[in-house]
Design a protein around this ligand. Structure first.
Ligand code: MLZ
Length: 265
């Protein structure tokens, strides 16, 4: 079996450097995770952020909580950091004069919500106020530069944190590229996104870190660059400068047994 991923070796191999920790909206000293599976809390419904719902901690990884909205199905679990401002102790909503809402996609008849709420809270283990940590303050500016390495949540598989590279920087946003996945999981996000972490974060918070994929980092729209015509207006998602292909392109590798076959375009 292959030994686990080491940033130290990988940074050397790729002669790259990590983005400085001060560029991230994360605590310099990561918070402790004082939650337990089964505890209940209040959370802003991710699909309807103006409503506050009840959720149960279904699992934990490092300082991230896997949450499920009470009254919702089991296919919409989501993750929040213990220092996320989206979560709060039960009773906070009422204290603020608001009402707890059924989640979007409440499994029962809307009229049964008040009774459901009573039942779900009756005898529930509520997460103590001390478990909720203060969210780090907003950052003054976007300091990221293309090529800097980081650890980032894979939004398509949000339980995963993976090695990534800043591909492009535009105003308040950054383009996050997942190393070794040919652009399939890349995304634009705010530089202060809580889904971005400095190199070493997983190790100190005891979250598993994926290995980079096996593919060379090429864009999905490779055919655009190999086509005979000039590409039409460059999109915001065009390939970031450090990864531009050499021109002319090297010949495509020919696989044994598929003689004569060529990609369509
Ligand atoms: N096994 C899945 C997950 C890939 C995760 C990539 N993360 C950047 C797949 O191969 O699609």
């Amino acid at each position: 079996a292959k030994e686990s991923f080491s940033w130290e070796e990988y940074l050397k191999e790729t002669s790259s450097s990590p983005a400085p920790p001060s560029f991230f909206r994360q605590s310099r000293v990561p918070p402790s995770n004082d939650f337990k599976v089964g505890m209940k809390l209040e959370v802003h419904d991710p699909r309807n952020s103006t409503s506050v719902c009840i959720a149960t901690v279904m699992g934990m990884t490092g300082v991230r909580l896997r949450l499920r909205l009470d009254g919702s199905d089991n296919t919409n679990d989501f993750w929040r950091l213990v220092d996320s401002s989206d979560i709060q102790p039960i009773g906070t909503c009422e204290k603020n004069g608001d009402m707890l809402q059924p989640p979007l996609g409440f499994r029962m008849n809307a009229s049964s919500w008040p009774m459901f709420l009573l039942r779900t809270l009756n005898g529930a283990e509520m997460a103590p106020a001390t478990a909720f940590k203060k969210e780090p303050p907003p950052l003054s500016q976007n300091n990221f530069k293309p090529g800097m390495k980081l650890e980032a949540v894979d939004k398509k598989n949000p339980y995963l944190i993976c090695p990534a590279t800043i591909g492009e920087v535009k105003g308040e946003e950054v383009f996050v590229m997942f190393d070794g996945w040919r652009g399939a999981f890349d995304y634009w996000c705010q530089h202060h996104s809580r889904d971005l972490f400095p190199v070493g974060w997983c190790s100190v918070t005891k979250h598993s870190l994926q290995k980079p994929g096996n593919s060379v980092n090429l864009p999905k729209n490779l055919h655009v660059l190999t086509a005979a015509h000039t590409p039409s207006k460059p999109s915001r998602r065009s390939m970031p400068a450090p990864f531009r292909l050499p021109s002319p392109l090297p010949p495509l590798p020919v696989r044994k047994g598929v003689r004569g076959r060529r990609p369509k375009s």
